[in-house]
Design a protein around this ligand. Structure first.
Ligand code: URP
Ligand code: ZN
Ligand code: ZN
Length: 539
């Protein structure tokens, strides 16, 4: 991960300027543009020859969520063709990568990102190119981003995100936010699912005055999601109470970043999580709670699961490993970079969230990658309510989860694959095309060396932000190679990516989470013992 930053930024800029053009010639550094999408990348970080179409990963430990085995992996034209020991090469045009002593795993899938999102009067600094550069350098080969409607209009929102994604360098999917309700929105939801390959809708229960929805809207939305086989997702905080809490802090003269955490305590996250869970239960539809940051929210999810409800809890890396002490840092630039919502909590919540991840109460890890640089964060230098909410993570997730969960013995290597990739593919109905190293799966693969160490920071990361909430963090386990649809895009610290080469991945409705819903609806109706047939009594 360590590399000369000045060169990288310069070439990144150049690549953006030539987006879509053929190979740029660059000095030897860690960024290379491949000759064309699907090109081999020889002499440009590709190393080891081959025609770029065929690849053999030899001698590694192949990890799937369901199995760990010693095997080779043979890839042709972006697809995994064989997974078994001792695959012979027999052809000079096959690029061979030696993975002896290393783990060969499905590329990460980040279920929660915000690239080039207009938010709080500004735009997140990572777009679909720099965000993808960061993701690939960190071992993530696909993500699902949130489309924000334009004035409530879903179609206009999707058009805008399609344009943003033209510079993509890896595969991506979309969730859609719902910010207002009327018959048009209801019809558009149907078209998003049936025509545009979007199978999940997010409802913000916070951000009063901008994205927040009422319970009435949430209820309509849950019902519509159920009818479409689409997954309802919630940002669970009580937005009305948050607004009160913010005013309370201002009245107390607390205007700095610590006011952010103080204004929206865990109880407000727990309350909204419980409310969303109960409404989803009333409708009998699955629910996905994004960025679970507190024990309060996690406990509500655990309780619902114990009672048999289908609720998915997604912690994010920042909530798993950071704590809120940074928000009290006397340096505003430091403190403000940790402002996100729900807030990063007091130490203790992180440990409990890690335990919940290892025991399956929480199921998959996202990042909520939503980056703003220090200039953007400074918009709130005299009022924490104006600090754009969001932190980085798309590049760091795979390394931090390995180091904090696998290296510490809290989860197995197969559970690592499950929480960083397979579970996401299953929930969003793209498994086993994604999230697996199986014959026929897309060749999205990482090779991780468990013996190597990493150091994180803004000087070496690939995000455009000049800050990093994991600044100086050290750990073990290094993604040495990232393969995106059969192309080696990250090797020996060199990125070899092509703007415009990413593909939109459609997510079909009615994932496994919907299996049996009709039967439980029928059981519910049968249990009503109503309407009671009454004979009309004579008056
Ligand atoms: O602070 C955050 N989480 N920013 C991104 C928007 C959201 O709530 O997911
Ligand atoms: Zn959110
Ligand atoms: Zn988010």
């Amino acid at each position: 991960m360590a590399m000369p930053c000045r060169l990288r930024r310069g070439v990144l800029l150049l690549l953006l300027l030539v987006a879509g053009a053929s190979a740029a010639s660059h000095p030897a550094n860690e960024f290379c543009a491949a000759a064309a999408a699907g090109g081999g990348g020889d002499g440009c970080g590709g190393g080891g020859g081959g025609d770029g179409r065929r690849l053999l990963i030899r001698g590694g430990t192949v990890v799937n969520a369901h199995r760990v085995e010693e095997a080779d992996v043979y890839i042709e034209d972006g697809v995994i063709v064989a997974v078994r020991p001792n695959i012979p090469v027999g052809d000079d045009n096959v690029k061979v990568i030696d993975a002896t002593g290393k783990y060969v795993m499905p590329g990460g899938i980040d279920p929660h990102t915000h690239l080039e999102m207009e938010f709080m009067g500004t735009v997140t600094i990572d777009d679909f190119f720099s965000g993808h550069a960061a993701a690939l350098a960190g071992g993530t080969t696909m993500h699902i981003d949130f489309v924000i409607p334009v004035n409530g209009n879903l179609t206009a929102g999707l058009e805008s995100y399609k344009q943003k994604a033209e510079k993509s360098a890896m595969d991506y999917g979309f969730h859609m936010a719902i910010t207002k309700w009327n018959d048009d929105v209801s019809r558009e939801m149907e078209s998003m699912v049936k025509e545009h390959g979007i199978n999940s809708f997010k409802f913000f229960m916070a951000y009063k005055g901008s994205l927040m929805v009422t319970d009435d809207l949430l209820l309509q939305g849950l019902q519509k999601c159920k009818s479409l086989g689409a997954l309802a997702m919630v940002h669970a905080e009580n937005g009305d109470a948050v607004a009160e809490g913010q005013q309370r802090m201002i009245n107390l003269g607390i205007t700095g970043p610590e006011g952010h955490a103080l204004s929206r305590p865990p109880v407000l996250e727990g309350e909204a999580t419980a409310r969303a869970i109960r409404l989803a239960k009333f409708v009998n539809t699955p629910l996905y709670v994004v960025h679970v940051m507190s024990v309060d929210a996690m406990d509500e999810i655990a309780k619902a699961k114990r009672e048999g409800q289908r609720v998915i809890g997604e912690p994010v890396v920042s909530g798993l490993v950071l704590d809120d002490s940074w928000l009290w840092d006397p340096d505003f630039t430091v403190a403000s970079k940790y402002v996100m919502s729900p807030p990063i909590r007091e130490a203790g919540h992180n440990k409990a969230l890690r335990a919940a991840l290892s025991s399956g109460i929480l199921q998959l890890v996202g990042t909520d990658h939503c980056t703003f640089n220090s200039t953007q964060k400074a918009f709130g230098s005299d009022d924490f309510r104006k600090i754009p909410n969001g932190v980085n993570g798309i590049e760091e997730r795979m390394h931090i989860i390995w180091d904090s969960m696998v290296e510490t013995g809290q989860i197995s290597v197969s559970d690592y694959v499950r929480v960083t990739s397979t579970e996401c593919a299953k929930i969003f109905n793209i498994y086993p095309r994604k999230g697996a190293i199986l014959e026929g799966s897309d060749a999205d693969i990482i090779i991780l060396n468990p013996e190597r160490s990493f150091v994180m920071g803004a000087q070496t990361h690939h995000s455009r932000s000049n800050t990093n909430v994991y600044e100086g963090r050290k750990g073990k386990g290094m993604v040495e190679v990232t393969i995106s649809r059969g192309r080696v895009v990250w090797e020996d610290g060199i990125l070899n990516i092509v703007p415009g080469s990413g593909r939109y991945v459609r997510t079909p409705p009615f994932s496994y989470l919907f299996d049996g819903i009709e039967k439980s609806d029928a059981a519910y109706r049968a249990s009503l013992r109503a309407p009671v047939q009454r004979s009309k009594a004579a008056a």
